[in-house]
Design a protein around this ligand. Structure first.
Ligand code: ZN
Ligand code: ZN
Length: 174
């Protein structure tokens, strides 16, 4: 959902604020979007300005399903957005719209703001670029596929892995 009735706010004087504590289970729309396993939570303020309404989101916490980049297990981890803001136009400004983002507009017919696009953008923006189940995850053997967190295998390992911070040092010492 994440659709808010702001009909009353639009009719209010500049500077009026509407606040909400949001807790809602949502599904992100695209196939590759992360699965949210619990309701997302955030504080929301709508601030009425002259031609626009500012949506100010803070302390957003989402619980997202991720796949470890090394061992490929699926795990759940928090994605946190401390603050985010978008301007939603009440009336598009006169003249040239090339320089402004017109993708955020208020549904004036119904007096509503739809926050779905904003919240999806913020979750994706704050999603870890390389998810890891743990910093110390050993990953899978690149030869036999054994999960090296659970057991070891007999495959010959290169003596020094690429990830070792001592890789350069060792070759210098020898
Ligand atoms: Zn892992
Ligand atoms: Zn192996």
């Amino acid at each position: 959902m994440l659709i808010y009735d702001i009909g009353g706010l639009i009719a209010s004087p500049q500077g009026t604020i509407d606040s909400f504590d949001v807790e809602e289970l949502i599904t992100l729309p695209e196939q590759d979007d992360p699965l949210l396993t619990e309701p997302i939570r955030f504080q929301l303020e709508f601030i009425k300005l002259r031609d626009e309404v500012t949506a100010h989101v803070s302390n957003l916490a989402a619980s997202c399903e991720m796949r470890c980049n090394r061992c490929l297990i699926t795990f759940t981890a928090p994605v946190v957005v401390s603050t985010a803001e978008r301007q939603f136009w009440i009336h598009l400004p006169e003249g040239n719209h090339a320089e402004i983002d017109t993708s955020y507009q208020i549904d004036r017919k119904h007096g509503r703001i739809d926050l779905n696009q904003m919240i999806r953008e913020e979750i994706l923006l704050h999603f870890p670029p390389i998810p890891l189940c743990s910093e110390s995850c050993k990953g899978l053997c690149d030869q036999c596929g054994t999960d090296l967190n659970k057991s070891s295998c007999a495959c010959a390992k290169p003596e020094v892995t690429k990830e070792s911070p001592f890789a350069g040092l060792k070759s210098q010492v020898i």
